[in-house]
Design a binder for this molecule. Structure first.
Ligand SMILES: Nc1ncnc2c1ncn2[C@@H]1O[C@H](COP(=O)(O)OP(=O)(O)OP(=O)(O)O)[C@@H](O)[C@H]1O
Ligand SMILES: [Mg+2]
Length: 262
């Protein structure tokens, strides 16, 4: 249904090895504008390795990346960002002691005045941050509140809001909900959906099939570094997804084994 959306970012045949460990073997992934593609898979399946390649943190050993169909090579994450590929890593690159608006505008500081008189436009930064946060349901009574005092979910949401505000076309989210409670995870997911509605192509990594199911347009499951499933939401059921992800039979076997022991 949504497969006719434009592919904005694509990995073709991407491989990556760390020494003798083959983390990725010829992986294809298409990121479409206005879609959430969920990247799933067990521990060690290669999800983070793929995100690192897509975000310019590491170079692939083989394969290519393309933005709008044009082959690209990223020297570093800044390079990827310049092409509109923004990443929210789990360990958010923020300065804990600084106020939220300072973190929001880090690297994009608005200035007032020119030349030697130019200075950080605090009022503008505060107003925009306040407005953007209000739109995701975060209200700060004290604008000088350091970002470290926000909850994990709120910080993730700020990172997403920030990427979208500064014009990301593709948003890569590496397990944004893994450390969060139900309500906080919902906030982050809601914001991913909002980004999608604005036409952003979102890649959401998660261990949680239910989170994926709630928001995903497409599901890609990695197994031992290769794509095991690539299916549109309309072509797969939650049951199938869970089974493929968790290695359904292995879970059943583990349950049997544990019951015998206990
Ligand atoms: N820097 C590294 N050096 C050596 N091996 C690595 C490195 N990074 C990842 N690997 C290995 O590559 C494989 C894929 O790891 P990766 O982190 O991509 O998995 P993942 O799907 O993100 O897992 P998780 O769900 O646990 O985060 C694993 O076997 C891992 O041990
Ligand atoms: Mg990982």
């Amino acid at each position: 249904m949504t497969d006719d959306q434009a592919v904005v970012f694509e990995a073709r045949g991407v491989s990556k090895a760390y020494g003798t460990v083959r983390a990725l073997t010829s992986v294809d992934l298409a990121v479409r504008a206005g879609q959430i593609t969920c990247l799933l898979g067990d521990n060690g399946a290669g999800k983070s390795s793929l995100i690192k390649v897509l975000s310019g943190v590491t170079a692939p050993d083989g394969g290519t990346l393309a933005v709008d169909g044009e082959p690209v090579r990223f020297a570093d994450p800044r390079d990827a960002l310049d092409r509109g590929i923004a990443t929210v890593f789990q360990d958010l690159a923020m300065v804990p002691a600084l106020p939220v608006y300072r973190n929001f505008f880090m690297g994009h500081e608005p200035v007032r005045g020119r030349g030697p008189l130019a200075r950080f436009d605090k009022r503008k930064a505060r107003a925009i941050t306040e407005e953007q946060l209000a739109s995701i349901g975060i209200r700060l009574t004290d604008p000088e509140r350091p970002i470290s005092t926000l909850s994990g979910g709120e910080r993730q949401s700020v990172a997403v809001a920030r990427a979208v505000y500064f014009g990301a076309r593709v948003l890569l989210l590496d397990e944004p909900t893994s450390a969060l409670g139900v309500r906080q995870a919902e906030t982050v997911l809601r914001y991913a959906v909002r980004a999608k509605r604005q036409g952003v192509g979102v890649v959401l990594i998660t261990h949680n099939a239910h989170h994926a199911w709630a928001v995903g347009d497409r599901f890609v499951v990695l197994k031992r570094g290769a794509v095991a499933i690539d299916a549109a939401a309309s072509d797969i059921t939650l049951d199938e997804l869970v089974r493929h992800m968790a290695g359904g039979e292995e879970v059943t076997q583990m349950r049997r084994d544990l019951r015998e022991i206990l």
